[in-house]
Design a protein around this ligand. Sequence first.
Ligand code: NAD
Ligand code: UDP
Ligand code: UDP
Length: 315
Amino acid sequence: MSKRQHYTVTGGAGFLGSRLCEKLLEQGHEVLCVDNFYTGQKSNIIKMMDSPYFEMMRHDITFPLYLETDNIFNLACPASPIHYQFDPVQTTKTSVHGAINVLGLAKRVKAKIFQASTSEVYGDPACHPQKEDYWGNVNPIGPRACYDEGKRCAETLFFDYHRQHKLRIKVARIFNTYGPRMAVNDGRVVSNFIVQALKNDPITLYGDGLQTRSFCYIDDLIDAFLKIMDTDDSFTGPVNLGNPREFTIRQLAEIIIEMIGSSSKIVFKPLPENDPCQRSPDITLAQKTIDWTPSTPLEEGLKPTIAYFENILSK
Ligand code: NAD
Ligand code: UDP
Ligand code: UDP
């Protein structure tokens, strides 16, 4: 085990954050979860509450926070389109004011700080697959902009605090990730399709379903978070994290229907505005820097994810 350190995880009650908190505790660290339960849930962290090394602070990071810590993972932000578009002003505030506050905190306590950025900084990409040096194609005034531009501005702040105040930063651009603890109602494609298939309800395919995404299993992603935090201080990112295997959304629907043995039929719905046509990461940088390649094939990662939703729906 590495030496016990103190980690603060903002957004620690969410899908990715709660898994990260568990992994940090397993490694013998102390963890403070900072979350306002905007999209996160107590059930995600309840098991950790028994640990003397885990602490929970209910707090909205758009307001300053004063505490002592060695490392910060900044994950707080609603991540699914229906959640981040519910209150778009709050979404931008969380990314931008939130970043200023956690960066101010990191500066005061000299903590290393990780930013959960996103493939959405590439927008509807004009080059494929996306590499870190691509600057993106984002509509700054569209319905996704509160999230995309908020995250872009957060990256700017991270790099300016690094250049101006010598902060130790790690910026990861995360591509679509799935797994147990995704919220049933968050509207993302994997959770929607699994829930619809389990209920034998129609599968809602937006557009022609030929748009592509790549899907990374949560445990692979969290492995990469931990490895990135351990890179030497000269490595700042941004670094793409995702599974490069690309699927059309229609293929995803077919795989899920077959795995569940569902009688659901596909129905076509309008494609949401500014929905990217193609997305897949070039992960050469992550492979070189942290020797990381996701190892869980989609069909394997879907098994525990389906089991998770089955359990939730049976309650
Ligand atoms: P999630 O919605 O499950 O978790 C986000 C957490 O942040 C929730 O617990 C929520 O309550 C909390 N939160 C939101 N606003 C807050 C605020 N102002 N103050 C304090 N807490 C706040 O989403 P997730 O999928 O776990 O995503 C975590 C991070 O990873 C997000 O920053 C997201 O943008 C990023 N990301 C996720 C994906 C993905 O596929 N899951 C892809 C790219 C980037
Ligand atoms: N901040 C915080 N916790 C701290 C230190 C700072 O939340 O421990 C917030 C504070 O509200 C400030 C922001 O982070 O507005 C940026 O801090 P910084 O020191 O960079 O700027 P300044 O305090 O000069 O505005
Ligand atoms: N999607 C779909 N049906 C759904 C939910 C999503 O066809 O019920 C599509 C959506 O239009 C997008 C893709 O699946 O093209 C991924 O959507 P998600 O919201 O999961 O993530 P993002 O668009 O942010 O990558």
